[in-house]
Design a protein around this ligand. Structure first.
Ligand code: F6R
Length: 609
C-alpha cells in the first residue's frame, strides 16, 4: 500500500526511484515524483501529460508500474538535489495520472505525498472553490491548505494544517519557500526519517531506507525536518524530540528471485526453513521466558487473538490449540473488533498476528486492547515494524522477507509459533518443561516432512483441472475448516476465481443449492474425529454432481481426485496440507496468466483502515 520516499542530496531523483522500487512490494497502481530543479528536456516535458512544471518545481506521474514512470523520466532526464516520490494504492479516486501523487498547490509552491486516509477531506475542501481541485483524492487538499495557511515558516504551517486533519497520515512535503528541506508529519501511518553526511531521507519503512548515520521511526503527532546531513524531530508543539537511532538495527534483506519465476513459489519452497528458524529462535524455556515470563503465563486466564486475512486464519488455529489445553480463547478480525462492543476480561493476553507489523486495522485493535489494560503480545515477521512499538511484548516469526503479496511461509511460521506458545503455556501450567522440549523436536520434524518437489506435479495437475472454474468450494470440520478458510483465500486472491470455504456440515443448510456437475469442491479430511461426518458431506455433494478433490492422509479412493498427505500427528496436519493448497493456488494463477506475486488490487502492507 502507498509508499513514500524522499531524498535530499546528490542524484536525488535516482535515489527516490530506487527507494520507490524497494517499496514496490507494498502494492500500488500508480507512481510519481516531484523535485526542485530545472534541468530537464523542456521540449519533451512541455508536451507531456505526465509532466507538470511550475517555475522550478516539477511533478512527473504515471499510472501503472514503476517502469512507466521510469520511461518518462529516462526521456526527460531531470536533475534535482531534492525530491519526493510516491507509489499509490487507490482508495479515493481510481488509479490515474491525475490521482497519482505528488499533489501540488495552486500557486505551485507546495507539493505533497501522503500515505493514509484524510477522513474529513470533503469538509476541508469546502474552504476552496471546487475548480481548484484536479484530482479525486483525499490527499490533494493538504497542498492547498498549506498554501492557504502559510505563515512564513514551513514547519509551523505544516503543524497548523495537520491539526485540521482527521484520519491518518504520513506526509512528506517540499516547498519552494524553503528549498533545502523535506518536511515530514506522522499520525497513524508509518514513516521513517534519516540521514547520511551528505544526504537526508524519508521513507515508509525501516527496511527500505538507505542511510548509515541515523534513522528515526517517527511516532504519532511528530514532525521532522530532513536536511542534507541532518534530521530534526519535533513533537506536536514543535518542541525538539530525541528518538532512538535505528540506523544500526537489524534490516531485513529483501532477497532476490534466484532461479525462480516468482517470489511466491520461492517462498513456498522456503517453508521448512521458515518454520525451523522460527522454532529455533524460541527452542528453550529460557528463550520463551524472555517473551512471556513464567509468572505472567501463570496468571493468564484467557487468550484473545486478533489479525486480518491470512494472519487471522493462523489465529483460528491458535484459538483451537489454546482451547485444547483448557485456556478460554477467542479470535477476532481486527477491523470488526474495533467497532464491536468489547467486554474486557481480567488476565487476558491479547495476541496480535501480523506478518508486516504495519496493518492499520490490527494496530488500531491493539491500541483498543491497551486502552482496556490488556496485556498485549505482537507476533510479527518484521523487526522494528510499527506493531513492535505499540505492543507490550513481541514474538517474531523468522520466515525471512516475504515479498509475494499472498502470504505463505509467514502463515506456516505463525501457525508453528502457535503450537509452540500453546505448548509453552501447557508446560508452565503443568510445571513440566520436558513437554515443551518434546514439542520443539516434534515441530522441527514436521518441518522436514514437507517435500515440495514430490508434490508439485500433482498440484499442477489439480490446477490444470480447476483453472477454468467459475466457482469453487472448500469444506472441512474443525481444524480442517480453518485450513479450508486459508486455502480458499489463497486461491481466490491470486486466481480471481470465486471460492468459498464452508464448514462441511453447514453446506446443506443453503449453499449446496449452488453445487452442480461443473463445481469442484475441495474436501479436507485430516482429523480422524470428523472423518465420517465430512465423508457424509462429500456424498451429498457427489449426489449433486459436484467433483470432489480430496486432501487426506487416510486411505480413501472415492473422489474425483485425491491428494494423499504425508502422515504426521493429527494436530499438525493443517501445516502440511496448506502447502498443497498454496501450490495449487500458485499454479492456477500462473495457468491463468496472472502474476501471483502482484495480484490485482492487493497490497502487501495494508496501512489504511
Ligand atoms: C493474504 C494476505 C493478507 C494478509 C493481511 C494481514 O495472502 O497476505 O490477508 O494476511 O492483509 O497482513 P499482515 O499479516 O501483514 O498484518
Amino acid at each position: 500500500m502507498c509508499g513514500i520516499y524522499g531524498y535530499i542530496g546528490r542524484n536525488s531523483i535516482n535515489e527516490v526511484m530506487g527507494g520507490l522500487k524497494r517499496l514496490e512490494y507494498r502494492g500500488y497502481d500508480s507512481a510519481g515524483i516531484a523535485f526542485i530543479g530545472d534541468n530537464l528536456d523542456c521540449e519533451y516535458a512541455d508536451n507531456n501529460e505526465h509532466i507538470k512544471r511550475f517555475k522550478n518545481l516539477t511533478v512527473i506521474k504515471s499510472e501503472g508500474q514503476m517502469s512507466c514512470l521510469e520511461e518518462v523520466i529516462n526521456k526527460c532526464l531531470p536533475i534535482g538535489d531534492i525530491a519526493i516520490g510516491h507509489t499509490r494504492w487507490a482508495t479515493h479516486g481510481k488509479p490515474s495520472v491525475a490521482n497519482a501523487h505528488p499533489h501540488i498547490s495552486k500557486n505551485g509552491k507546495w507539493v505533497i505525498v501522503h500515505n493514509g486516509i484524510i477522513e474529513n477531506f470533503e469538509e476541508l475542501k469546502k474552504q476552496f472553490s471546487p475548480k481548484r481541485f484536479v484530482s479525486d483524492t483525499d490527499s490533494e487538499v493538504v497542498a492547498h491548505l498549506l498554501e492557504k495557511y502559510y505563515d512564513g515558516s514551513a514547519l509551523s504551517t505544516l503543524n497548523k494544517v495537520c491539526r485540521m486533519i482527521k484520519g491518518s497520515f504520513a506526509l512528506a512535503v517540499l516547498t519552494t519557500y524553503e528549498k533545502d528541506k523535506i518536511l515530514v508529519a506522522k499520525y497513524g501511518s508509518p514513516v521513517v526519517v534519516g540521514c547520511d553526511e551528505e544526504a537526508g531521507v524519508v521513507c515508509s519503512d525501516l527496511n527500505s531506507i538507505k542511510v548509515g548515520k541515523c534513522a528515526f521511526i517517527l511516532e504519532d503527532n511528530q514532525f521532522a525536518v530532513v536536511e542534507k546531513g541532518n534530521v530534526s524531530v519535533y513533537d506536536e508543539n514543535l518542541k525538539p524530540k530525541k528518538l532512538k537511532n535505528m540506523a544500526d538495527c537489524h534490516r531485513e534483506e529483501r532477497g532476490n528471485l534466484g532461479n525462480y519465476s516468482h517470489f511466491m513459489l520461492k517462498e513456498i519452497d522456503e517453508i521448512p526453513r521458515a518454520i525451523t528458524r522460527t522454532i529455533e529462535q524460541y527452542n528453550s524455556y529460557e528463550k520463551m521466558r524472555t517473551v512471556l515470563p513464567l509468572n505472567v503465563v501463570r496468571k493468564i486466564k484467557k487468550i484473545l487473538i486478533i489479525g486480518c486475512g491470512t494472519a487471522y486464519h493462523a489465529g483460528l488455529i491458535g484459538k483451537r490449540l489454546f482451547e485444547e489445553i483448557g485456556i478460554k480463547s477467542e479470535v477476532e478480525i481486527a477491523s470488526e473488533f474495533r467497532y464491536n462492543t468489547f467486554i474486557p476480561e481480567k488476565n487476558t493476553l491479547a495476541i496480535f498476528v501480523s506478518q508486516s507489523g504495519e496493518t492499520a486495522d490490527t494496530i488500531k485493535a491493539l491500541s483498543k486492547c491497551k486502552e482496556n489494560n490488556l496485556l498485549t503480545l505482537a507476533m510479527t515477521n518484521v523487526k522494528n515494524s510499527s506493531i513492535c512499538f505499540v505492543a507490550d511484548r513481541v514474538i517474531y516469526t523468522s520466515a525471512g522477507a516475504e515479498i509475494g503479496v499472498a502470504s505463505t511461509k509467514a502463515y506456516n511460521s505463525q501457525v508453528a509459533l502457535f503450537y509452540l506458545i500453546s505448548s509453552y503455556f501447557k508446560s508452565v501450567l503443568d510445571d513440566n518443561a520436558k513437554d515443551f522440549d518434546r514439542e520443539v523436536v516434534k515441530l522441527l520434524d514436521v518441518a522436514k516432512v514437507i517435500s515440495h518437489n514430490k508434490i508439485k506435479p500433482i498440484c499442477q495437475k489439480v490446477a490444470d483441472e480447476i483453472y477454468q472454474s467459475k466457482s469453487i468450494y472448500m469444506i472441512g470440520r474443525g481444524l480442517d475448516y480453518d485450513l479450508a478458510r486459508e486455502a480458499s483465500l489463497k486461491l481466490k486472491e491470486i486466481s480471481y476465481i470465486h471460492c468459498e470455504a464452508y464448514p462441511a456440515g453447514e453446506l446443506k443448510h443453503g449453499t449446496i443449492s449452488l453445487i452442480d456437475d461443473k463445481t469442484f469442491v475441495f474436501s479436507f479430511i485430516t482429523q480422524k474425529m470428523v472423518k465420517d461426518k465430512t465423508q457424509s458431506s462429500e456424498k451429498e455433494i457427489s449426489a449433486r454432481g459436484g467433483k470432489i478433490i480430496k486432501l487426506t492422509q487416510f486411505e480413501e479412493n472415492n473422489a474425483f481426485m485425491q491428494l494423499s498427505l504425508p502422515e504426521v500427528e493429527e494436530k499438525y496436519m493443517p501445516l502440511i496440507a496448506v502447502v498443497y493448497m498454496q501450490l495449487i493456488s500458485y499454479y492456477t494463477s500462473v495457468r491463468l496468466g496472472n502474476n501471483p506475486d502482484k495480484p490485482r488490487s492487493l497490497a502487501k502492507s495494508v496501512t489504511v483502515e
